[in-house]
Design a protein around this ligand. Structure first.
Ligand SMILES: NC(=O)c1ccc[n+]([C@@H]2O[C@H](COP(=O)([O-])OP(=O)(O)OC[C@H]3O[C@@H](n4cnc5c(N)ncnc54)[C@H](O)[C@@H]3O)[C@@H](O)[C@H]2O)c1
Length: 369
């Protein structure tokens, strides 16, 4: 069916909408907000074991159906696509169940507990012929988008060194809940925060292959009962702290470049909750440094002006990362356009995270498999 827009052009895709459901009502709230702002999505259902949180979200956005367990939502024939914002150990089983039930899937990062699980998700999406996308929402920050385009245009020359970091002074989420459990989270600061800045760096660099890594992980604060994130939306529990609260890694890229990473959930650092990426090329560089989740005034571009070393600070517009992810997810489903981060990219990052954990446990440089 065709429609006439306000500008007088016609389009056939405007009449279609994707009926969506969100499973998980913690970070799931970001997805709910994003679907609420997306004209081509109709958010019809929520699921979560924490009924009070889900009810609050549903009443705020006028969502008619609230389920408790995810299986009830997956059985709803009036849902075409789901967002999964669940503990990491549920990403694989719920994504596969959703794909087999004929739903498109947008899963929160990290893709899964490890690459083996991630591969099973990618295979299931291919078998089902459905979209599997991942919420690497930081990619859609305007600083990241500008630098990615500048690098792709060759304006910084060859990038040969990058640094990525996400450091928190006291920010262990859900202390003593699934976040603290190796079996339920797959890891700590590295799989939780590191995967965001790893994705930002590799995305801006044009997705070069990482060939090998050296790394060390630490668990010095959490296991001493220190570093819980205070005053946040998270509750606490009594699961023993089994994961890393700091990780450092040295990654070799196929083009000879190096990516250095450091992450912490808790450490004696002056950083409160800061992340960013620096990139140094043969003709210029950029530094993104984000304090307290700022969206503007976070980018410095380093160049030469008439041979004089110069630093400039582009004026940025705030953007919504999850808003853009959801818009791209819906566009992929309805129009087949390739903007949303894919399950395969999530799998690539999972392979690197696996290699970092392996390098740390074996105390040597290991290849990325
Ligand atoms: N992209 C981002 O910026 C971002 C931010 C925070 C969290 N996350 C990711 O989101 C995911 C969830 O994290 P969170 O902070 O919301 O955790 P959380 O513990 O606050 O929430 C988990 C949710 O899963 C629900 N749940 C658990 N088992 C369920 C089941 N069987 N059926 C239905 N619902 C079930 C819980 O009821 C809860 O609503 C994680 O993978 C995390 O890495 C991403």
């Amino acid at each position: 069916m065709t429609a006439v827009t306000e500008l007088g052009t016609t389009t056939s895709s405007e009449q279609k909408t994707v009926r969506t459901g969100v499973i998980g009502c913690g970070a799931g709230a970001f997805h709910v907000e994003a679907y609420a702002g997306e004209a081509r999505a109709d958010l019809v259902a929520l699921a979560g074991l924490d009924t009070a949180r889900c009810r609050e979200l549903a009443s705020k956005h006028g969502i008619g159906r609230i389920y408790r367990d995810y299986q009830e939502l997956l059985a709803d024939p009036e849902v075409d696509a789901v967002s999964l914002a669940l503990p990491n150990n549920l990403h694989m089983p719920v994504a596969i169940a959703a794909l087999e039930a004929g739903k498109h899937v947008l899963v929160e990062k990290p893709l899964a507990l490890n690459a083996e699980e991630g591969q099973r998700m990618v295979d299931a999406a291919e078998r089902a012929g459905k979209v599997l996308a991942i919420a690497f929402n930081r990619r859609y920050r305007q600083d990241v988008q500008l630098v990615q385009r500048h690098i792709a245009a060759g304006n910084f020359g060859d990038i040969y060194y990058a640094k990525a970091f996400w450091m928190r002074r006291a920010g262990i989420p859900g202390f003593g809940t699934w976040f603290s459990s190796k079996a339920m989270a797959g890891g700590g600061s590295l799989i939780d925060l590191g995967v965001h800045v790893l994705d930002m760096a590799l995305y801006m660099m044009g997705n070069p292959k990482v060939t090998s890594v050296s790394a060390q992980t630490f668990s010095e604060m959490g296991r001493r009962g220190k570093g819980a994130w205070q005053g946040a939306r998270f509750h606490t529990g009594d699961v023993p702290f089994e994961v890393d609260d700091m990780a450092v890694a040295f990654l070799r890229l196929e083009n000879g470049a190096i990516l250095n990473m450091e992450t912490s959930w808790a450490a004696y650092t002056s950083a409160k909750d800061d992340f960013g990426v620096s990139l140094m090329g043969t003709n210029g560089g950029a530094e993104i440094e984000v304090h307290d989740y700022a969206l503007v005034d976070t980018l410095r571009v380093i160049s030469d002006f008439e041979g004089v070393p110069t630093v400039s600070r582009p004026r940025l517009m705030p953007t919504s990362g999850h808003g853009e992810i959801v818009k791209q997810f819906v566009a992929k489903i309805l129009d087949g356009t390739d903007g949303v981060p894919t399950g395969r990219e999530g799998l690539d990052r999972a392979r690197i995270v696996d290699a970092i954990y392996r390098a740390a446990s074996e105390g040597r440089e290991v290849p990325v498999e």
